[in-house]
Design a protein around this ligand. Structure first.
Ligand SMILES: [Zn+2]
Length: 107
């Protein structure tokens, strides 16, 4: 689901998804608005104060086909994170790998 950090998925989820993926690359501000609205609508969840989204993902059905829609800032680590969710990586990120070069500005 959402990304407040760029945890990388474990190898079993770090692959090309079995379903079509619709990708949206947006500015940090737009991502935060979009993902916050999506999260609030789907789960009634808000991020803790002082954090913001870098990306989010949502499974969907489009023209009778399962797809995965992802939104992310222009950062390949965030893309991989969200693609991991398209592959079934659970929202609580089991096995997530914290990249050592990750930028600490999100917290
Ligand atoms: Zn996530």
């Amino acid at each position: 689901m959402g990304t407040a950090v760029s945890l990388q998925p474990p190898p079993q989820y770090d692959a090309v998804p079995p379903v079509p993926v619709i990708e949206h690359v947006m500015s940090q501000e737009e991502i935060n608005k979009t993902c916050e609205a999506l999260y609030w609508k789907s789960a009634g969840l808000k991020l803790e104060a002082g954090t913001h989204f870098r990306g989010c993902s949502m499974p969907a059905i489009y023209a009778n086909t399962y797809i995965c829609e992802i939104w992310y800032i222009n950062d390949n680590r965030v893309r991989r994170h969200e693609i991991g969710h398209c592959n079934g990586w659970p929202a609580d990120h089991p096995g997530g790998i914290f990249p050592p070069e990750d930028n600490p500005w999100h917290r």
